[in-house]
Design a protein around this ligand. Sequence first.
Ligand code: ADP
Ligand code: MG
Length: 486
Amino acid sequence: QWSRVKKRLRAELGEDVFSSWFARVDLESRGADGTVCLSVPTRFLKQWIQSHYRDRLINLWQSECGDINRIELTVRGAIRARPSVVAQAASQGGVATAGSLKSSVGDTRSMSVPDMMQSRPATVSAFRPVESGSQSMAAADVLEGAALDPKYTFSTFVEGRSNALALAAARQIAGNGPVTYNPLYLHASVGLGKTHLLHAIAAEARHGGRKVLYLTAEHFMYRFVAALKSQSALAFKDTLRGIDLLLIDDMQFLHGKQVQQEFCHTLNSLIDGARQVVVAADRAPGELETLDDRVRSRLAGGLVVGIQTPDYELRRAILANRTRQVAAAHPNFAMPDGVLDYVASNVTANGRDLEGALNRLVAHNQLTNQPITPEMAELTLRDLVRTHEPRRVKIEDIQRVVSKHYNVSKPDLLSARRTRTIVRPRQIAMYLAKMLTPRSLPEIGRRFGNRDHTTVLHAVRKIEELVKNDPALAQEIELLKRMLDS
Ligand code: ADP
Ligand code: MG
């Protein structure tokens, strides 16, 4: 039924709106009690769907199968919410930075011990009644950006070899000098400080009296679609073009043709008018596969800077910095240097994991009253410690390894042939692409011979189901994963 519901949603809302909000909604389960559980990648999307599409969704489900009476939305992979940000979100009309809400397993960044203890799983029953009026969007509302985290400033950002260039460019743009690099495009994988830098630029420029707008790509879509609905699209465009500095975070989530076109116009008119634009994404412009070519080339035409994973020195410095902050709040807190060394040399992935590690040690220390020692750290952080850096797996690698392993040619793998000996390897390859790469379902579909994203979703579900009852297949998939990961 879910695919039928989606089909009807797509027909009713139009491709643009549909792909903006529903392309990344997955069906998790359908309970016998009439509850449908859907998952979304971010809290922002959850709030948005809850407050704008709940009735429509329920109605559609009910017309597809009458026994549905409740829809529950969960944020995929989210374990903890950040109470402070949720509170901010509420005071800002349900909008918060998607970056700060994109919690993942083990994501305990910026949490103090009491925060961590109060946290609840991010599963919240959807479709409570919303206050009337929450759907309309006045033109004056349009300029309000997403919340800035006051902790993300230049003074709390630690410089290292891997981010020195990005930091220098960010500083330059935050200052009051003439526009030099435009747009500035920052790219790095998760947890390496993109959002931190964007907030730092925004705060400093605002302090300097400039008109600043910080939005995640999702917010941009939200503002735009809301403006279209309330027929204030012109006001939206005007306000956007009247600002001095536009910062767009998580650019990889900008979906929808019309939205991208609008973004392109905004980009052009800002840049041509010598207003600064800063964009952050988890990959280089050339790899933003779903992005319109014109937007992509315009983005690549300014200064493109990557942030690499931090080296030991930087990890150690970030930890020491955070430790000082924690110690200031907890007078009896002591962190031996040896433990900092241990964490810095063993938790190597990114800034978020480092913070998570530190928070866990602090929590352990406060809850058990035991001093932090290297042994305690080793035990507490076992799962964060990696023996080797995971490689970035590419879809081509997956296709190569799978076709070799199953002795199916790559053209066959990508073809429309429905022979069983080809279908299964193809499904496994799509499943692995979903599991091992950050690519979205539509992107994966495109890379597998232009298939629809529902086909990919079906493949993922199918393999997940098979693996549950087929240990041999599970083992085979583990083997493939290991081949790809080494
Ligand atoms: P991204 O947006 O790239 O995913 P964030 O900006 O959210 O990453 O950073 C994740 C966490 O790591 C944040 O709490 C941030 O403050 C911290 N962090 C990352 N890099 C640094 C750095 N160089 N100095 C201080 N903190 C950092
Ligand atoms: Mg971010």
